[in-house]
Design a binder for this molecule. Structure first.
Ligand code: HEM
Ligand SMILES: *[C@@H]1O[C@H](CO)[C@@H](O)[C@H](O)[C@H]1NC(C)=O
Ligand SMILES: *[C@@H]1O[C@H](CO)[C@@H](O)[C@H](O)[C@H]1NC(C)=O
Length: 336
């Protein structure tokens, strides 16, 4: 039995290298570990169906949830790799990443992952990792809101720790300079094309007043607003994002079609109506990113194709594989 197990595992790895790798479906993940889409085909054949049905229910109930789940995968992958470190609550020596600046009062959707995990534990106990749930939920959320689909390489395992400092330092801030943002992406193996395509996620979801107020009142410290923001749009934003107070007031990242995954985010940027400074710098600070923004604004298919590719690439950031990490029974805590 053991021999057969390891034989079939070897077969899958060989299959992965010979047949899937050229298609980009199979990623060499870190040091000798591999992710591949068929990972649960035998051990939990219904896994993908279960994830999709819970995500669909959650998005039907709260249309913003698609955006929130998509963002969780990003915030997971940029910290210690795609290992569900984000999902751990504080306990013992673990300080939760949920307490970091980018996540506090902001990251949401954790109870949806609890529900998915609960359903999966019933179907196939301790088989599907929380890190893979995040990757699948991000894909399903994109599709459910009108965006592209892609095949998700699987086989990530879950971390036994979290990194609050990693969460604070690795995830770009909305007022970071273009160079800082690009550097943070490059440190994760992502390039300028990935940066522009993945920023297209801001075609759905919300941001709080506190994440862009600086642009409305005092962008550079000289008491002036950010003039790369359309000034009548800025005036409109100021009515619900006052100089002080209203920190948690919510605004659509894409005011044109806030719950539809499309390319209007890029059209907004060209009209100086990107909400965050980190959005608008893509057209003001680099010719290379400006050209990409123009292409995606003019051709939604091109954006969708690149978005799918870049999501797979982001999902391959240093996962735990093989015997590293564990398969958590509950996403919020390491196994006892
Ligand atoms: C390029 C650097 C990025 C910066 C500086 C950034 C920053 C932000 C900020 C400040 C918010 C609003 C949070 C709040 O008000 O609480 C936000 C929301 C969001 N971000 Fe990003 N983000 C970036 C890249 C990404 C990427 C790569 C993805 C996904 C692949 C993503 C997906 C989202 C989504 C979907 C939302 C809306 C979430 C919701 O409504 O719950 N972002 N982002
Ligand atoms: C960016 O925003 C943070 C948090 O509001 C603030 O402390 C920091 O000074 C800002 N950085 C710049 C360069 O404006
Ligand atoms: C703008 O910010 C600078 C530096 O943070 C501060 O010294 C100044 O008082 C602010 N000006 C206004 C009008 O808020």
């Amino acid at each position: 039995m053991r021999a057969r197990m390891s034989q079939s595992k070897n077969f899958l790895i060989i299959f992965c290298v010979l047949a899937l790798a050229p298609l980009g479906l199979c990623a060499k993940a870190g040091y000798g570990g591999y992710l591949y889409p068929q990972f649960y085909d035998h051990s939990c054949p219904k896994a993908q169906e279960i994830v999709k049905s819970v995500v669909a229910k959650a998005v039907a109930k709260d249309p913003r949830m698609g955006a929130s789940l998509l963002r969780l995968h990003f915030h997971d992958c940029f910290v210690k790799g795609c290992d569900a470190s984000l999902l751990l609550d504080s306990s013992g020596t673990i300080i939760s990443e949920k307490r970091s600046v980018p996540n506090t009062n902001s990251a949401r959707g954790f109870e949806v992952l609890d529900e998915i995990k609960f359903a999966l534990e019933k179907e196939c106990p301790q088989t599907v990792s929380c890190a893979d749930l995040l990757a699948l939920a991000a894909r399903d959320s994109t599709v459910l809101t009108g965006g592209p689909s892609w095949v998700v390489p699987l086989g990530r395992r879950d971390s036994t720790g979290a990194s609050l400092s990693g969460s604070n330092n690795n995830i770009p801030a909305p007022n970071n300079t273009f160079q800082t943002i690009l550097t943070k992406f490059k440190l994760k193996g992502l390039d300028i094309v990935d940066l522009v395509a993945l920023s297209g996620s801001h075609t759905i979801g919300n941001a709080r007043c506190t994440t862009f107020r600086q642009r409305l009142y005092n962008q550079t410290g000289n008491g002036q607003p950010d003039f790369t923001l359309d000034q009548s749009y800025a005036a409109q934003l100021r009515t619900r994002c006052p100089r002080s107070g209203g920190d948690q007031n919510l605004f659509f990242l894409d005011f044109v079609s806030p719950i539809k995954f499309d390319n209007s985010y890029f059209k907004n940027l060209l009209a100086k109506k990107g909400l965050l400074s980190s959005d608008e710098v893509l057209v003001t600070q680099s010719q290379a990113t400006l050209q990409l923004v123009k292409q995606y604004a003019g051709n939604q298919e091109l954006f969708f194709e690149q978005f799918a590719k870049s999501m797979v690439k982001m999902g391959n950031i240093t996962p735990l594989t093989g015997s590293k990490g564990q398969i958590r029974k509950r996403c919020r805590q390491v196994n006892k």
